[in-house]
Design a protein around this ligand. Structure first.
Ligand SMILES: Nc1ncnc2c1ncn2[C@@H]1O[C@H](COP(=O)(O)OP(=O)(O)OP(=O)(O)O)[C@@H](O)[C@H]1O
Ligand SMILES: O=P(O)(O)OC[C@H]1O[C@H](OP(=O)(O)OP(=O)(O)O)[C@H](O)[C@@H]1O
Ligand SMILES: O=C(O)c1cccnc1
Length: 487
């Protein structure tokens, strides 16, 4: 199923300007000029200290099947410019119809902790092809990275208690929901209510019942009894349709009947009112009724901040149902990931680094063919270095902050170091099968334990050190000076 959704023809899933540039490169005979682009964000979302890389499997799936089919070519042939003449000529359309993707992609495996300014993906290949890929790669990776990060924050606030992702009904369209469910699981959610996402991506699915079930019977007691008859092995009773405390008492009665028939009630769900107070009361009633192990699920517009607050209030919630605020990344609906040219090969086959200037240093691009090296000591991540693979790493192991060049840090030589971008595609062919989602999820959880808690905290986290290798920093400064002089 994963293959079907991202299966071609999806080559038109790009901005028109990518095709106008592609046309220009083709006309100039520059279509095969080799280029390197990097995909990165500048600042972790939600004012947090980190992001969790996600979406690579779908990005690879998208590229793996990349082609323009006959109907795509027909559509492109129908586009006209302001003189009503065709936008693209037949030779170019023929070229597109025969084009095979020849890019090399190096990327952070999904579930890797990512920080500002560092490439999560590096795409090298014919400039025309790299350019066409910009928009779909950003579309796929930006959203999943955003949601995986949100889920990770929510999971952190629940401190190990399971989160059920309930976002489907309020998420942004069909793939908005499916990829949100996938990314939410990577970020730490235990299960989803989205059955198609469960089937497609191998995510556990879970569900309770709605208020409509209770309302469809004359009494709440009758609704619980009938639900227990129908679903004895999955009984979570929604107790807040009329009076929550009375609802919990009815759940206990239904639970006793169920137990007499050899089944155990899973728990209850609260969906309104003061969740701290009601969960404490519900716990007492359930315990007194002999249901010490019954779960108390809570839902109702939850996010990491409300969950944190409920925990401080001593809420007795054991399972958290989170929908809207998670699947729509409510407080920051987009990750500002960008895709920038790093280097171009000249006629002699030499790589020429490229830079884009900006008033703000953080927005000035980083030239070169970049790699990210992560340093760790005593099992803790101590900082990341962005370096140019062609220049290598300066033996000083010193980094310079990308925003403030006066801030520098030197890594100890005994620190362990690993490069984060690994080959995932060569000449348009994936280097291996997609990873299991459980492997990705475990990677995210494991890496978080290696990030210092001060960088993990939800509010005003300590900024994890990321900087440029000193040689790369010097070359970048020289290029900035030279570009300013000529502009
Ligand atoms: N003890 C609590 N502390 C902090 N926030 C809470 C607490 N209990 C519930 N909330 C949150 O308060 C928000 C709004 O709750 P509100 O009381 O408006 O809705 P409600 O009780 O569900 O009402 P309705 O019956 O209209 O759905 C929700 O996001 C909910 O998760
Ligand atoms: O609040 P969220 O985090 O988005 O979680 C999903 C919400 O969706 C359902 O409500 P809805 O009113 O749609 O249906 P219901 O009648 O089953 O409660 C559910 O009861 C949750 O409150
Ligand atoms: O199973 C549930 O309780 C559920 C599913 C979707 C949305 N809200 C709740």
């Amino acid at each position: 199923m994963l293959n079907e959704l991202y299966r071609p023809p999806l080559a038109l899933l790009t901005d028109l300007y990518q095709l106008t540039m592609a046309y220009g490169y083709w006309k100039l005979g520059r279509d095969n000029q080799q280029a390197v682009f990097h995909l990165f964000f500048r600042k972790p979302p939600f004012n947090g200290g980190y992001a969790i890389a996600a979406g690579l499997a779908q990005a690879i799936e998208y590229m793996r099947g990349y082609r323009f089919d006959d109907s795509d070519i027909e559509y492109l042939a129908s586009l006209t410019g302001n003189d009503d003449q065709a936008l693209f000529d037949d030779g170019f359309l023929d070229y597109l119809s025969k084009m095979k993707l020849q890019v090399d992609v190096d990327a952070m495996p999904e579930g890797t902790l990512a920080f500002g300014s560092q490439p999560m993906l590096r795409i090298r290949g014919p400039i025309l092809q790299c350019q066409l890929l910009e928009t779909p790669l950003l579309n796929i990776v930006n959203f999943q990275t955003l949601i995986a990060t949100k889920a990770s924050r929510i999971a952190a606030s629940a401190a190990g208690e399971p989160i059920l992702e309930f976002g489907l009904r309020r998420s942004q369209g069909i793939d908005g929901s499916l990829s949100a469910s996938r990314a939410a699981h990577i970020g730490g959610c235990a299960a989803t209510s989205n059955v198609l996402a469960g089937k497609m991506y191998g995510i556990p699915v879970k569900g309770t019942h709605a208020h409509s079930w209770v309302m469809s019977f004359d009494t709440e007691a009758e609704s619980f009894a009938n639900y227990a008859d129908a679903m004895p092995n999955n009984c979570v009773f929604l107790v807040d349709t009329y009076d929550t405390i009375q609802g919990v008492r009815e759940a206990v009665k239904a639970g006793i009947q169920l137990r007499n028939r050899g089944h155990e009630m899973v728990g209850i769900r609260l969906d309104s009112g003061d969740l701290a107070y009601l969960s404490i009361e519900a716990r007492r009633i359930l315990d007194e009724g002999g249901f010490e192990n019954a779960a108390i699920v809570a839902s109702n517009d939850l996010d990491e901040h409300i969950i944190e607050s409920l925990k401080i209030q001593g809420a007795k919630i054991t399972v958290w149902g989170v929908g809207t605020k998670l699947a729509t990344a409510f407080d920051q609906p987009a990750l500002g990931g960008v895709y920038k040219l790093g280097a171009l090969q000249d006629d002699q086959g030499n790589w020429q680094p490229k830079v884009k200037l900006s008033e703000q240093l953080i927005k000035t691009s980083i030239p070169g063919t970049l790699q990210v090296r992560r340093f760790e000591k005593n099992g803790q991540m101590i900082g990341d270095m962005i370096y140019d693979e062609d220049m290598g790493v300066n033996p000083s192991l010193e980094i310079v902050d990308t925003k403030d060049p006066t801030r520098r840090k030197r890594f100890p030589s005994e620190a362990t170091a690993s490069d984060l971008l690994v080959p995932v595609m060569r000449d348009g062919v994936p280097t291996g099968p997609p990873e299991e989602i459980s492997t990705i999820r475990e990677r995210a959880i494991n890496q978080l334990t290696r990030l210092h808690p001060t960088s993990r905290r939800l509010l005003n986290p300590h900024e994890y050190p990321v900087g440029l290798d000193v040689d790369l920093n010097r070359v970048r400064n020289e290029m900035i000076d030279a570009a300013r002089k000529t502009s």
